[in-house]
Design a protein around this ligand. Structure first.
Ligand SMILES: [Fe+2]
Length: 205
């Protein structure tokens, strides 16, 4: 599926650029992820599948703020009709808050649930959260990097640290089992997520 292949190539190119631009605690993981993505293999494409939260898609694309990554923006738009949107099976409105499930979703670009590619112990894809949502404190065994693509007023918190605003273009790194949470502002959030390592789904703490 050439539009998804193109998105995969643009994500890899985005990661390589980020690796060269900035050094941070996320650098060693990003380096390892790039190596593993270079060895990724294509899977049978999942059936396209939509969810309530996907209605925020047009807005996240409008707000996408990646001046030096116009090709990634174009690749996202073109590949979007092929996406298989899904949700963490551990999450419900009772746990997450009223209306959460109708305003949240993710797609796997690389992964074993409904991914387009597989790579050794790497999962990567897109997380979409509607405006005014709180993704409560949770953790998981995998190490994680988020790159915020769209949504300027999103707050992120790691462990006992203060809440931090992370506009589009910024990176958030979570060590294995580090507790983290996210709050969206008036704009919906689109973030590229990446997991390195095995272990189960994220669970609320
Ligand atoms: Fe996470």
């Amino acid at each position: 599926m050439s539009e998804v292949q193109n998105l995969f190539d643009e994500v890899l190119s985005f990661y390589r650029t980020r690796l060269n631009e900035t050094k941070s605690s996320a650098t060693p993981m990003l380096k390892e992820v790039i190596t593993r993505l270079e060895g990724a293999t294509a899977l049978t494409a999942p059936e396209p599948h939509s969810l309530g939260g996907a209605r925020h898609w047009d807005r996240v694309i409008e707000n996408l703020d990646l001046p030096i990554h116009q090709d990634l923006r174009d690749a996202l738009s073109v590949a979007a009709p092929s996406f298989h949107w899904m949700q963490n099976p551990n999450y419900t409105d009772d746990l997450m808050g009223s209306g959460y499930m109708d305003n949240y979703g993710f797609i796997e670009l690389v992964g074993s649930k409904a991914g387009f590619y597989e790579a050794e112990s790497v999962r990567c894809g897109l997380l979409l959260l509607g405006p005014g949502l709180h993704y409560p404190a949770h953790n998981h065994a995998a190490e994680e990097i988020y790159h915020v693509l769209s949504g300027d007023q999103t707050l992120w918190r790691r462990g006992e640290e203060d809440w931090r605003m992370h506009p589009a273009g910024t990176t958030i790194h979570h060590a294995p089992w580090m507790i983290h949470e996210t709050k969206t502002g008036a704009q919906p959030l689109l973030a590229l997520y990446c997991w390195l390592g095995d272990g189960g789904e994220a669970k609320l703490t």
